[in-house]
Design a protein around this ligand. Sequence first.
Ligand code: MRU
Length: 358
Amino acid sequence: MVLLDQTALPDKVTHIVCSDEDRVAEAIRRLEVRGAPAIGAAAAFGLVLAARRLRALEPSEALFRAELLKAKQKLAQTRPTAVNLFWALERMWQLVESAQSPLASLVASLEAEALAIMAEDRALNKAISRQGAKLFAGQRIAVLTHCNAGALATCGQGTALGVIRDAFANGNIAAVYADETRPLLQGARLTAWELQLDGIPITLITDNMAAWVMKEKRVQAVIVGADRIAANGDTANKIGTYGLAVLAKAHGLPFYIAAPSTTFDFTLASGELIPIEERAPEEVRQVRGTVTAPKDVPVFNPAFDVTPAGLITGIITEFGVLQAPYDTAIETLQKQLKTGRKTNEDVDKCNCQSGAGA
Ligand code: MRU
């Protein structure tokens, strides 16, 4: 499994070769691969690598399953907030639980499932982008985004950046502002790099400039991704997202989340229950290895925050744009996923608007 090392971007385009689940787990933990959907897909392939490694040892079926479970747990313990990680691992595990076939074909099915997760995420990105771009039809606006919810964070063209890509292609985006996204600079290093490659006009700002950018009417909407969306619409995303939502409200700007159905956690009633990852203090005391604070100063470093549903104008999914009341919209979404129905009529029934101006 070859990963683009996102910690080295934009200075270096280097790749990491992962040949076992330990290296995949390390890559997820270190943010060499990051972004909720990409983490989920990487973990799925991590499980495939584990299955291959274990099968080569010619174990009994019981031992194979016990060891594979350990690999799954190792992958699950890497990052706690993005629900796509657990979603992908559970989906893979269902195959293991239901398998009655010999190990060789189980390993092949696991690989096919990981490839399907990747292909489906590409399709989800496309659908989200199409749905979200309709919001901006007939306009020519500038948008603000945070962190990186683009190709680097997914298996396709991205969620928030996917919407921006499609809306730009339609002629509806004049400019994109990106927060640099301290402490790890996903906006500066990744979003700026990604959008420049696509020739989309990108202007970088530091996080503390967002309020002024809104006040100066330089942006007309905010669009970001998500790591976990609770059943009431409360949304966890990169630290700083909540602040942007508050600012958007204060300036009368629409605030959109773009995320696939795989980022919803239907088991959590509200955002208060979403586990928030806290990361190492060095990430705040340093900027890319350069010390910028007293070396022993106490640090609080939550990697995510939760934006209350009440601050969200719409949640752009592959089905359409969910709107308040989010609890009923999300309940309908869950029912649709269970029955496998994904038609436009279903979208219309779940407080979604898939048309322009939603
Ligand atoms: O810590 P990261 O870089 O993995 O955080 C990523 C984000 O917060 C993204 O906005 C989110 O995962 C959505 S990616 C489509």
